[in-house]
Design a protein around this ligand. Structure first.
Ligand SMILES: Nc1ncnc2c1ncn2[C@@H]1O[C@H](COP(=O)(O)OP(=O)(O)OP(=O)(O)O)[C@@H](O)[C@H]1O
Ligand SMILES: [Mg+2]
Length: 229
């Protein structure tokens, strides 16, 4: 069996890797009982898949056994775009019962980092994620791995992340759009809380750091004294 390669944007970039180490540490500080983490955002293209994969990679570098689940079964790009896997079986086939979990877990070149890809587009993704097959699958993976990171479709468009959330220990919200509105973010946080899933924190992605510093200084949030540090 050949091991697949994972290609991530910023994979070799020092600042990107440092940022993910901070995220990893903050997640560890959330508690030892935080093992199954769902990653979502309000809109498309904010960076959920990238954050899910980078976070998993970062945990694997510590020697933690990690699996990423691609639960975006409608529009999965993970296998094609971020790995060298060729038409791998995945979550949909396991949930439908035509393949076993063992058959569908893909091993990467990092022995600590496995992936369960989305599989073929099923007609009823939300129903599959709401089924007891999915909760049983998570229970099984919880036993086998130190961390299970779940990539999902945007919560502002599809309910899938909220369906998954009750089976998770916490959620990470990615905010990677300049156009995000307060009411959308607030609705998304309410939705996650209603699902009984702790929001562990927010990842602000795709930030222009110089622009951000300027904006924070203008708003008084960021002082000159902080800047000198
Ligand atoms: N911090 C970043 N800086 C620059 N580009 C980024 C960053 N994070 C993600 N990207 C790029 O933005 C695009 C969208 O990222 P990604 O696929 O991770 O988002 P997504 O939220 O999963 O999208 P979708 O809603 O379609 O699933 C990709 O081309 C990715 O390489
Ligand atoms: Mg995605």
């Amino acid at each position: 069996m050949s091991l697949i390669k994972v290609n991530l944007p910023g994979g070799e970039d020092f600042y990107t890797q440092e940022a993910y180490k901070v995220l990893r540490t903050n997640l560890q500080f959330c508690g030892k009982d935080i093992k199954v983490i769902v990653v979502t955002s309000h809109g498309e293209n904010e960076g959920k898949t990238t954050v899910a994969m980078q976070t998993a990679k970062s945990f694997a570098e510590l020697g933690k056994k990690v699996i990423v689940i691609d639960a975006d079964m409608r529009k999965s790009v993970m296998a094609m775009r971020n790995t060298t896997a060729k038409r791998p079986g995945g979550l949909s086939e396991v949930l439908i019962g035509i393949k076993t979990l063992e058959e569908c877990i893909t091993k990467t070149q990092d022995p600590s980092f496995d992936i369960l890809f989305a599989g073929k587009y099923p007609p009823n993704p939300s129903e599959l994620l709401g089924s007891e097959y999915f909760s049983n699958l998570l229970a099984q993976l919880r036993e086998q791995y130190d961390y299970v990171i779940i990539d999902t479709p945007p919560l502002g468009m599809l309910i899938d992340a909220a369906i998954i959330a009750p089976h998770c220990d916490g959620s990470v919200i990615v905010m990677g759009s300049e156009k995000l509105k307060y009411r959308d973010v607030s609705a998304m946080l309410d939705q996650m809380e209603k699902s009984g899933c702790r929001v562990l924190g927010v990842v602000r992605n795709k930030l222009n750091s110089k622009m951000d510093t300027k904006r924070r200084m203008q708003s008084g949030e960021y002082t000159a004294q902080q800047e000198q540090k």
